[in-house]
Design a protein around this ligand. Structure first.
Ligand code: GLC
Length: 753
């Protein structure tokens, strides 16, 4: 063995032995932050240039495909020490096999990290994130992320490419399904809850995994809702709307960021030093690492911002990217770029340091195989407790959009006709990005949910989600005529939302609307249950159906949850986190829009010369924050602790909420505030607080929100984050479509210049 190699291996042995020694004494404590930095210094000092570059390279196994390019040679790259991380490799046995190559067949034996898209569950699948967000239950979302992390970690994974925290206001965009919806305030809270769930309190914990704030940034603003399309916006909108959830994730110590595919104002996010250095590192002091999205470095050539792949790699690295996902650009060109002086070795060292730090924090240098334990897999995966949480999450994600004549909840005495392409579905029910969720029998369909609870029903599928020709509705019509109520389970396929799944129309696909129309003719009341990954155009259904339950893609226990809701074993309390438009022509439509100079909805507005459409009302079909219950909630007028606020105090807003209906139930109490005028136009209202409460029938509670000057700050036209004096209106209600019922003055001493 060459002398140099002998020395380096000796150094590494010393480096690692201290931690192994601690581990053997079973009094092992994870190294302190300063000890980790010292260890990284030692490692960097003996790493060759090739070994450093290897740490910045992430490749997919060929077990799963989540992008356009696959490379079966990744194992050879691994053996050559050219890979630092692998994704789409799962299972204790497989990850252990790959880890063994890294640890025992490369010179320094630096362990791999294994990543995967654990977006809404790993094997136990929860509702899609858009669904979970509709629960407005932060503790629940933290819990489901924690379970997802535990199942993923049990199968050898160290890192999830989640949470997806892109604010999205365009229902045409398929990836709206993956996030928390249109609101920045709510999206920021949810970002923190999910990061906390995935990472826990200590990354060294056996069941903590690295989270990843994605897609940085503004991916949800893709032009025309077409995936990967151009993003162009003011820096004010970027700061006010799209960046705060990423800052919230960072405040929750998110370990990694992922760059978005899109360009932002002419510069691809993957080569955007304004995003990656000025904001993320210099302003926010991020100390994790930045991974690109799938081959997004290579795509800078298509964007037209890089002349060659080598040039793209230089832009990406010098802009602040630390790891290249699947592109092979850092692997193939970084060495030459460094030798040509286009990338400084110090920049590479920074990237390698950030990557190694998280490998140390995960405890992988102490035990590279700690996550690959087949016995623990068996004990944890699909645990019955997880399935119960999945059922609870699904119930809480459902939004009751209509309930004419209180047709719901159903009664066991009623004869039900269960109809539709998704009524016995076990495939689409777990939605898109469903990790290792089973699509062939584990998930509970609505039909199985009805059977499990001995419901009195007949079933007819009647059509597929899409059909090439007119299906035969005879059987469906027959059982509908014989029934007291028809339950129709319909919607989109799981592939009609998620990545690369934008739609130009939001209607129920195929012949589904025709099926509803035919069943409507039987005059048997219709309850419509929807599986979908985006707001749909429900203009027809909102008239044709007597009740509508938005179930999103409810996950592994979805069928039980739908049954629980339809029969009132759970009183639905979900609230929309995205606006449902009347049709696609209204898009983008969202609740916190600007007022314009010719608003339509003010007293004395001219009937013609106002901001409106001549063919559709401006209002949405269903607004942000909306969702019904089987009971009724009555709100008192919000009372203020003071009608004025100064820079160093706060105002408490107290509102009584009464359950004035016939069922116990939950309600998401929401606070909206409007800044009447400022040096830059402000939204017509903004969500500034919410609290999910439970009220027994007849019960009243007083809900309090405290507002401080910090809550009223905004970015002015100089991008300063400021307060301005002025009058503010507010209301507290169960959705965003309400009148203001109180106001206060903010006496900020500086004038509004
Ligand atoms: C995909 C997605 C990203 C995902 C990654 C790895 O293209 O854009 O969200 O995490 O590739 O699968």
């Amino acid at each position: 063995m060459k002398k140099a190699t002998y020395i380096s291996v000796l150094v590494l042995a010393i480096l690692l032995s201290s931690s192994f020694e601690k581990h053997r004494n079973t009094s092992y404590y994870p190294p302190s932050d300063s000890e980790i930095e010292t260890k990284i210094d030692s490692l960097l000092s003996i790493m060759t240039l090739d070994e450093k570059i290897g740490q910045t390279v992430l490749y997919s196994s060929i077990e799963d495909q989540t992008g356009p390019i696959m490379d079966p040679n990744y194992v050879n790259y691994l053996k050559n020490g050219e890979i630092g991380a692998i994704f789409n490799a799962t299972g204790s046995a497989f990850t252990r096999e790959l880890q063994k190559v890294a640890v025992e067949e490369t010179r320094l034996g630096i362990p791999l990290i294994f990543g995967y898209d654990v977006i809404h569950g790993y094997k136990t699948i929860f509702p899609i994130p858009m669904g979970e967000a509709s629960s407005w239950d932060l503790e629940l979302m933290e819990k489901t992320a924690q379970i997802a992390a535990k199942e993923a970690a049990a199968e050898g994974l160290h890192w999830t490419f989640a949470p997806m925290i892109d604010v999205a206001r365009d229902a045409r965009w398929g990836r709206i399904a993956e996030g928390a919806g249109e609101d920045t305030f709510l999206g920021s809270k949810i970002a923190r809850a999910r990061v906390k769930g995935f990472q826990g309190d200590d990354l060294n914990d056996r069941y903590s995994i690295l989270a990843c704030a994605k897609h940085y940034a503004a991916y949800g603003a893709a032009q025309a809702g077409r995936d990967y399309h151009t993003v162009d916006m003011s820096l004010n909108t970027l700061r006010e709307t799209y960046l705060p959830p990423f800052k919230a994730a960072l405040d929750q110590d998110v370990a990694t960021f992922m760059t978005a595919f899109n360009e932002l104002n002419g510069v691809p996010a993957t080569g955007n030093s304004f995003l990656l250095k000025d904001i993320l590192r210099d302003e926010w002091n991020f100390d994790g690492f930045v991974v690109t999205d799938y081959t997004s470095i290579n795509e800078m050539v298509h964007h037209g911002s890089a002349e060659t792949l080598e040039h793209a790699g230089e832009i990406a690295m010098n802009s602040g990217v630390d790891m290249d996902m699947q592109g092979g650009v850092f692997k193939d060109y970084m060495k030459k770029s460094i030798e040509d002086g286009k990338i400084k070795i110090s920049r590479l060292d920074e990237a390698v340091r950030d990557i190694l730090r998280l490998k140390f924090k995960l405890g992988l240098f102490e035990d590279p195989y700690k996550y690959s334990n087949e016995q623990q897999e068996k004990e944890i995966i699909l645990h019955e407790d997880h399935l119960e949480v999945a059922r609870d999450a699904a119930r809480k994600s459902m939004v009751l959009l209509k309930n004419e004549g209180d047709i719901l909840p159903l009664k066991n005495s009623q004869k039900i006709a269960l109809i539709g392409p998704l009524a016995d579905d076990q495939f689409h029910i777990i939605g898109n990005w469903a990790a290792k969720g089973d699509r062939d029998g584990i998930a509970v369909s609505v039909k199985e949910g009805f059977e499990a609870q001995n419901k009195n029903f007949a079933f007819a599928k009647a059509c597929n989600i899409e059909d090439s020709e007119q299906p035969d509705f005879t059987e469906a019509i027959k059982i509908a005529k014989a029934a007291d109520v028809v339950v129709m389970v319909m919607g989109e396929s799981e592939r009609m939302s998620g990545e690369a799944a934008s739609r130009t129309n939001l209607l129920l696909p195929g012949y589904q609307q025709q099926l509803i129309a035919e069943i409507k003719k039987t005059e048997t009341p219709i309850v419509l249950v929807l599986y979908n990954g985006r707001p749909l155009n429900l203009s027809y259904e909102s008239e044709a159906a007597d009740a509508i339950v938005e179930a999103w893609f409810p996950g592994t226990s979805g069928g039980h949850a739908v049954t629980d809701v339809l029969y009132g074993d759970y009183n639905p309390a979900g609230k929309l986190t995205v606006t449902f438009p009347r049709n696609v022509g209204q898009i983008p439509i969202y609740y916190n829009m600007k007022n314009t100079g010719r608003p339509q909805d003010i007293p004395g507005a001219h009937e013609r010369y106002v901001s409106k459409y001549i063919d559709v009302d401006n209002s949405p079909m269903y607004p942000f924050g909306y969702g019904l219950s089987y009971t009724k909630f009555t709100y008192g007028r919000p009372e203020l602790s003071s009608k004025t606020m100064t820079v160093d105090d706060s105002i408490t807003i107290s509102t009584t909420v009464t359950n004035s209906g016939d069922y116990d139930g939950e309600e998401v109490v929401q606070l909206y505030i409007k800044d009447r005028f400022a040096s830059i136009t402000r939204p017509v209202k903004e969500l500034k607080g919410f609290e999910k409460i439970f009220l027994k029938k007849g019960e009243t509670k007083t809900i309090e929100f405290t507002i401080t000057p910090e809550d009223l700050k905004f970015h002015n036209n100089k991008l300063e984050f400021v307060n301005e004096a002025g009058d503010y209106d507010l209301f507290v209600a169960g959705d965003s479509d309400n009148e203001f019922t109180n106001s206060f003055n903010f006496e900020f001493k500086k004038s509004k210049t």
